[in-house]
Design a protein around this ligand. Sequence first.
Ligand SMILES: Cc1cc2nc3c(=O)[nH]c(=O)nc-3n(C[C@H](O)[C@H](O)[C@H](O)COP(=O)(O)O)c2cc1C
Length: 164
Amino acid sequence: MIIVYSSNTGYTAQYAKLLGKALEMPSYELSNVPECHKDAEVIYLGWLFAGTIVGYKKCARRYTVKCAVGVGMSPPTPELSEGLRAAMKVPASVPVFYLQGGFDINKLKGPMKLIMKVKCKEIAGRLTAKPELTESERATYEMTQSGGSVVCSENLAEIIAWYR
Ligand SMILES: Cc1cc2nc3c(=O)[nH]c(=O)nc-3n(C[C@H](O)[C@H](O)[C@H](O)COP(=O)(O)O)c2cc1C
């Protein structure tokens, strides 16, 4: 088994490296998987773009995806991974995990930066309307204001448990 990932600003790549270390598996960017792995079984991690796991479909066409992981800025909820499963048509036999990653508007350029400027205002507005925030919600709020990351190996516990 190998780890394959797509990362726009680096946070998903960080998770892929941490998971690779924990499971003693090599990790490769989707566009850069060595030819010798062409029939490989794969744990796939992709960054979240508008409710979709970037690169999942391409990866599923090329390899046997055994586990799909979306990395986003939203606070994790149980519904999130099932929403990702539906959006990406992940078969019922393949587990889908969601990991809260990081976000920094300054790492974006062009149209994505403009879109996320608006989105961040929207998200921050929604969060400040809440009487109390969970730790993950606070992290998301921080990301919208000054950028931030919650990437850490502890967040991989569920995926590591699935693998073992
Ligand atoms: C254009 C755009 C759309 C995004 N859409 C979502 C989304 O639907 N849900 C979410 O949780 N995060 C969303 N994000 C946040 C990223 O998925 C998050 O910052 C992720 O950690 C980025 O990983 P990367 O550094 O590997 O690219 C979006 C970010 C951008 C730039």
